[in-house]
Every structure is written in C-alpha cells, then in structure tokens.
Ligand binder design. Structure first.
Ligand code: SF4
Ligand code: SF4
Length: 207
C-alpha cells in the first residue's frame, strides 16, 4: 500500500480573510522591501552612472574585432597597395556586393584599377576579410554609413589608406588583419632550421 507523508506539518493554513490581510500587511512592511528601494535609489542618484551614450556628442568605443566599413590596406614600408587583385573576396562574398577591375601595369604586374563594395547590400559577415591572402581588406571601426539610397558604394579611393595617412594605419585592427602577437604563431619550416644552423656555424667559424 502506498504511504503518504506530511512534509510541512507546522504550516498553518490561512483560513479567514482577516488573517490574509494581516499577512499581506506584514509582507509589505518587511525590511527587504525598503532595502530594495534604497539600493535602486542609490544607483539612480549616483553621479555619472548612466549607461546611455549621448550620441552623436559621445561615441561608443568599439572593439578592434568589430566589423564595420571595410578598409583597403597598404604596405607601410613600400606604400604599395596590398591587394593583388586575386578576386577571392569578390568570389566569396555571399551578398555579391564586391566588384573589381584589374589591368596590367607597365611592369607587367596586375593592378587593381577599380574596387567597390555596395554597402547597401553588405551584411558585414567578414568573409572577404577572412579569405584575403594578403590581409589587404579588413574591417575598420567606421560604423556611421547611413545612406539615402539602397545602392551605396564605397569606392577604392574611399577605403584605401591615403599615403599621407599611412603612419596611422593600424596593422592589428579589425577582422581579418594581423594580431599584435602574430609573429608568435608563425611555425618555423625545415628550411628555416637549415638557414639558422648554417648561420650559427658561420658565426662559430668567424669567432
Ligand atoms: S563583409 Fe560579407 S557581405 Fe560584406 S563585402 Fe565582405 S563578404 Fe561581402
Ligand atoms: S582577396 Fe584580398 S588580395 Fe584578393 S582581390 Fe580581395 S582584397 Fe585583393
């Protein structure tokens, strides 16, 4: 036969409306209520405690991995454009919003004559930056790109780092670009060992 147990023998059932009223009043006047109100008031009146940003006077500090409007990078040493016109970004773009034109330069090398991104179609997925073998296209932190038209293009001249501003080009900012500690992740190849061993031997001989 199944056995039943009373789990709360002491609990007194409220029977009358008067008892219910008294219990409600006691709960309302509980000190926990006032401690909660005090805590909220303390946060409300604390100076400079607002989480709201007064845009556009104030702007949010974005993380370096934020995926905003793209940038085309240059080499700092030679000032040349990094993009080699391989077209991988154009092919991988799932919104089909990258267009580029290439031509042969005077030295016989491929030149990117035009490059545009339709920012009205771009979903900022970051695939183009991830696939770029030259780290030429990265996402910057410029997010104010509202436009009046659905077709809104960023052309090469808009997103390519200007030569006179090259000093400010950040190498490890944005998706798809180099991290500050990128060198630590480079794996030494067998060729590297041979070179370092022969270099050490030469140094020993010279000494
Ligand atoms: S972020 Fe995505 S959608 Fe935008 S251009 Fe790059 S690949 Fe295309
Ligand atoms: S993937 Fe990089 S190098 Fe290739 S075309 Fe695009 S931006 Fe240029």
């Amino acid at each position: 036969m199944k056995k039943y147990y009373y789990v709360d023998k002491e609990r007194k059932l409220i029977l009358s409306p008067y008892e219910k009223f008294i219990k409600s009043v006691k709960r309302c006047l509980n000190t926990e209520l006032f401690s909660g109100i005090f805590l909220i008031a303390k946060e409300v009146f604390k100076p400079n405690n607002s989480a709201t940003i007064k845009y556009p006077m104030e702007k949010m500090k974005l993380d370096n991995r934020y995926r905003a409007v793209h940038r085309l990078q240059r080499f700092i040493e030679s000032e040349n454009e990094r993009c080699i016109g391989c077209g991988l970004c154009e092919k991988i773009c799932i919104s089909n919003c990258i267009r580029m034109e290439t031509k042969l330069g005077d030295d016989g090398r491929k030149l990117v004559s035009n490059y545009s991104i339709n920012l009205g179609r771009c979903i900022y997925c970051g695939f183009c930056a991830e696939v770029c073998p030259e780290l030429a296209i990265v996402h910057g932190v410029e997010y104010e790109n509202a436009a009046e038209q659905r077709s809104y293009f960023a052309h090469k001249k808009d997103i390519l780092t200007p030569i006179d501003n090259l000093i400010n080009q950040v190498e490890f900012e944005g998706a798809g670009s180099l991290r500050a500690d990128a060198d630590d992740f480079v794996k030494a190849t067998p060729n590297y060992y041979e070179i370092s061993i022969s270099t050490n031997n030469e140094e020993v001989k010279n000494a």
